[in-house]
Design a protein around this ligand. Structure first.
Ligand SMILES: Nc1ncnc2c1ncn2[C@@H]1O[C@H](COP(=O)(O)OP(=O)(O)O)[C@@H](O)[C@H]1O
Ligand SMILES: [Mg+2]
Length: 347
């Protein structure tokens, strides 16, 4: 179920079809929001160009769907004649997987490693000298002890992306000269993204429809664009293609998405926490067992947003539902519930 959630920030089928790829920004100018990252990148790229040097290695971290891969493509487009080379942590199980990629790099090429926190230790360590000295040391079996052969590499730029910066070793993290943390987008930025997408897709829409989508898209551009495509389908079949505010709301209601962007899985989490555990604190394992879900699913795709909007807080004893969460779910707020009279932060 979690994999198919419309509100998931992770890539799904349909995100890579033609309409989706046309929505991806191609230049730094087209990136909406994340202004501090854009500015720092502009300076770094300008300086590297002036010196005629490759860019420093850079790391993008943040939740799925916020633009890490897009930034990597944009940087490659602006800095290199050649296309971005793309691989990922799980695809590199041993040194031999990485070796041909590294030795084929030309001066100034950009190598993108997605999910860099999932690199096996041996591969990660092999990368250290490549990143630092543009050199790899390969042990060749044979003779009494084997021989170490050094290969020199062309100076290149490694761009790493991760949703779990905390799982990256300190040694790895330190080798990225530039580090960028992506945060959830505000409603204004999401609206801008949706306007551009709707224009590119040549849709007829009311502004209110895009507002309705922006408010439900959990601060995540990928989710916003996906919702827009679902609304487009609904409008085409049920409303002569006219995307009005009420059409957008109906389309998203049909997907089980409420006016804060919570779906059935989010509500099941809150219901379990409130009705089975009286609002908590409850441990994540206990909640997972109650719901019949994987703990990882809850930690990766349910909790981050509930924490972000202040519906759940994490304490030493476990997860606790806040007053705002009880109110949203239409349940009486028990005495002593955390959260005072806080209302959910809508970005
Ligand atoms: N800053 C942005 N401005 C406009 N659209 C964006 C931006 N960031 C992301 N997107 C949209 O969201 C989609 C998902 O972004 P992506 O870079 O694949 O996320 P990540 O790699 O962090 O999971 C992109 O294809 C693009 O359509
Ligand atoms: Mg990505």
């Amino acid at each position: 179920m979690a994999r198919e959630r419309i509100i998931s920030g992770e890539t799904q089928r349909g995100d890579t079809d033609v309409s989706a790829t046309t929505l991806r920004p191609r230049t730094l100018d087209e990136m909406v929001g994340q202004t501090r990252i854009v500015e720092k990148l502009e300076i770094a790229m300008h300086a590297a160009r002036q010196r005629g040097e490759p860019l420093e290695h850079m790391l993008f971290d943040g939740p799925p769907g916020l633009g890490k891969t897009t930034f990597a493509h944009v940087v490659a487009r602006e800095m290199s004649e050649r296309p971005l080379r793309i691989t990922s942590g799980p695809a590199l199980s041993k040194q031999a997987d990485l070796m041909p990629i590294l030795t084929n790099l030309e001066r100034g090429d950009i190598l993108f490693i997605d999910e860099v926190h999932r690199l096996p230790k041996v591969v990660e360590e092999f990368l250290y000298t490549a990143m630092e000295d543009f050199r790899v040391d390969v042990t060749i079996e044979g003779g009494l002890r084997g021989r170490v052969v050094n290969f020199n590499l062309q100076p290149f730029t490694l761009i790493g992306a991760t949703t779990r910066a905390g799982m990256l070793s300190g040694a790895m993290r330190d080798r990225f000269g530039l580090q960028f943390h992506l945060d959830y987008y505000g409603a204004d930025d999401l609206r801008t993204i949706l306007h551009r997408s709707a224009t590119r897709l040549e849709l007829g829409y009311e502004d209110g429809a895009l507002d309705a989508i922006a408010l439900r898209s959990r601060g995540t551009p990928r989710v916003a664009n996906r919702m827009l495509r679902r609304v487009r389908d609904y409008a085409q079949v049920r409303a002569d293609g006219r995307i009005t505010q009420s059409v957008a709301q109906e389309a998203l209601n049909l997907q089980g998405i409420d006016d804060l962007g919570l779906d059935e899985l989010d509500r099941a989490f809150l219901t379990a926490l409130m009705q089975v555990y009286g609002g908590g604190p409850a441990g994540i394992e206990a909640l997972a067992a109650t719901m019949g879900q994987e703990r990882d699913t809850l930690e990766d795709v349910v909790e981050p947003y509930l924490l972000q909007i202040g519906f759940v807080v994490r304490t030493r004893q476990g997860r606790q539902a806040t007053k705002a969460a009880f109110e949203h779910m239409g349940l009486a707020v028990p005495k002593g519930t955390v959260g005072g009279d806080a209302s959910p932060t809508l970005f």
